[in-house]
Design a binder for this molecule. Structure first.
Ligand code: TNX
Length: 500
């Protein structure tokens, strides 16, 4: 083509774009989809020509006819604009791991397909990030075209909140669920009972909350969830892709229950309310039928309200329970949980008993117990304290947190491989990764924000993205964008020195 012809063509195109009152404005210079700072990093991103223009003022025509109801509700709540074509599709013939999805951005709209509803929601969560990081102009947002094909490394990507040491009310809990949903966390483990407080109403043993619910660390007033509130949390979490895993920690960590019902006490010392943070001094009486009747009632009431498959029996730090008694107790309790049709989860010490077939062993301190679990055919949930404990301080200047396991800066939370924690325990033996937030020093949403962000995004990527695709420098680039995004939403994320 000759120069004048090219000039003419450009002029015509320019006029066409400039005059097109109804058409989209020309896309600004834009980073391709594959450069977007997404966390967790998707497995595959392919760029395509063009952009989708989202008019901020265009009315939304979304409906449950073409969009999965849960994804629709999530997006309506979280997107800045919904005036563009979107469809979702569940195609059970897609042979991908649970939670996988395909997200396709074209100039004429977005589609999400997945083999299951969790996959559709994960695609919607990715779309939320794509929109948050896309270039916007006065009139709207431009999304670069392309396809994301994504699947999780592990089936279980968890967060634990200790609501026993300090009680967290409904608003705090819901706000926490909103925050972590953005990182594709799909299990919410609630540590409901401990020495300092009992937080879940049990109708057949009412003093658990009437007495055991009153206290917390430092003597401030505690609190508890009614059964109605617990059900509300389950629904709220489910709407954001999370299954609740309730924990009743036993036979140790049971002082609050024993204060309420002294007949459960397995020590010679009378129990009194505990406001401190020492551990390992309480135990149920493992010889008494009443104890097992009690546990049966508690497990029954909680299991009836809990749609998820798991029931966490704790089992950690039972320092005043004789070992033989401990083993007998854990064996018995695993059976109670199974009779109520739940699968057991226990802290890694439970592997010193006879593990039931389905019991998941949550590694926190003892790799040898994880190996024992594997050898016995049981799955391991990875929560090594020196990598995943969100209650650990970042460094010695952190305003709250503990440091018995380690100081955990963001690089330390990111730079590890779950398959390299316990020799011989590999991906196929690992159910997933969970980041626990113990609350001895955590009292408010502000405190939660400070410890959870930005380490939770790092740990969410550990649980989701294949090890070979994770790269620290690239993660830092993406995390810097997330820090801005989190702050723009009013989330008090910690200003980590690794980004300075
Ligand atoms: C150890 S981890 C505990 C908890 C504490 C936590 C504090 C585990 C199974 N037990 O009782 O809250 O350390 O970091």
């Amino acid at each position: 083509m000759s120069t004048p012809k090219i000039f003419l063509l450009l002029l015509v195109c320019g006029l066409f774009v400039a005059c097109g009152q109804d058409g989209p404005p020309p896309p600004p210079a834009m980073a391709p989809l594959s450069d977007m700072p997404l966390i967790p990093l998707p497995v595959e991103m392919a760029d395509a020509e063009g952009a989708l223009f989202i008019d901020l003022d265009a009315p939304s025509e979304w409906s449950e006819e073409t969009i999965d109801a849960r994804a629709l509700a999530y997006l309506r709540e979280n997107l800045p604009a919904t005036g563009f074509p979107l469809t979702t599709e569940i195609d059970a013939s897609l042979e991908l791991p649970a939670g996988s999805y395909l997200l396709n951005v074209r100039p004429d709209g977005v589609s999400i397909s997945a083999a299951d509803a969790d996959g559709v929601l994960n695609g919607a969560i990715t779309l939320e990030q794509v929109m948050a990081f896309a270039g916007d102009s006065e009139r709207g947002i431009f999304l670069p075209c392309g396809t994301i094909t994504d699947m999780p490394r592990f089936a279980y990507r968890g967060f634990m909140l200790d609501v026993a040491r300090h009680f967290m009310g409904m608003d705090t809990l819901k706000a926490t669920i909103d925050r972590i949903a953005r990182y594709k966390v799909n299990f919410l483990h609630l540590h409901l009972t401990d020495d300092q407080g009992w937080r879940i109403e049990i109708k057949s043993w009412p003093k658990l909350t009437e007495v055991g619910g009153l206290t917390e660390v430092d003597g401030t007033p505690g609190g508890f969830y009614t059964q109605e509130e617990y059900r509300e949390i389950i629904d709220y979490a489910a709407a954001r892709g999370m299954t609740v895993v309730p924990e009743v920690d036993m036979p140790g960590h049971t002082n609050a229950a024993i204060v309420a019902y002294p007949e459960l006490n397995g020590t010679d010392k009378p129990a009194k309310p505990h406001f401190g943070t020492e551990v390992g001094f309480s135990t149920f009486n493992t010889d008494s039928d009443l104890t097992y009747q009690f546990i049966d009632d508690v497990v029954r009431e909680i299991a009836e309200m809990t749609p998820g498959p798991y029931f966490h029996i704790g089992g950690d730090e039972s320092h005043v329970t004789d070992h033989e008694d401990y083993v007998r107790f854990i064996n018995e309790v695993q059976q109670i949980v199974e009779r109520h049709n739940k699968q057991n989860v226990g802290w890694d010490e439970v592997a010193s008993s006879n593990l039931a077939n389905g019991t998941v062993v949550q590694l926190w301190a003892h790799p040898e117990y994880a190996l024992r679990a594997k050898q016995n055919g049981n799955q391991v949930l990875m929560s090594p304290a020196n990598r995943t404990y969100l209650d650990m301080q970042y460094d010695s200047t952190s305003r709250i947190g503990l440091h018995w396991a380690a100081y955990i800066e963001v690089d330390s939370a990111y730079l590890w491989d779950p398959a390299a924690i316990a020799e011989g325990v590999e991906d196929a033996d690992i159910l997933g990764v969970e980041a626990p937030l113990w609350s001895e020093t955590v009292r408010s949403l502000e405190d939660i924000d400070y410890l959870v962000f930005p380490r939770l995004p790092a740990l969410a990527e550990v649980a989701w993205t294949p090890q070979r695709q994770r790269e620290w420098e690239d993660f830092k680039r993406r995390l810097a964008a997330h820090q801005e995004w989190l702050k723009s939403m009013g989330i008090g994320t910690y200003d980590t020195r690794v980004l300075k």
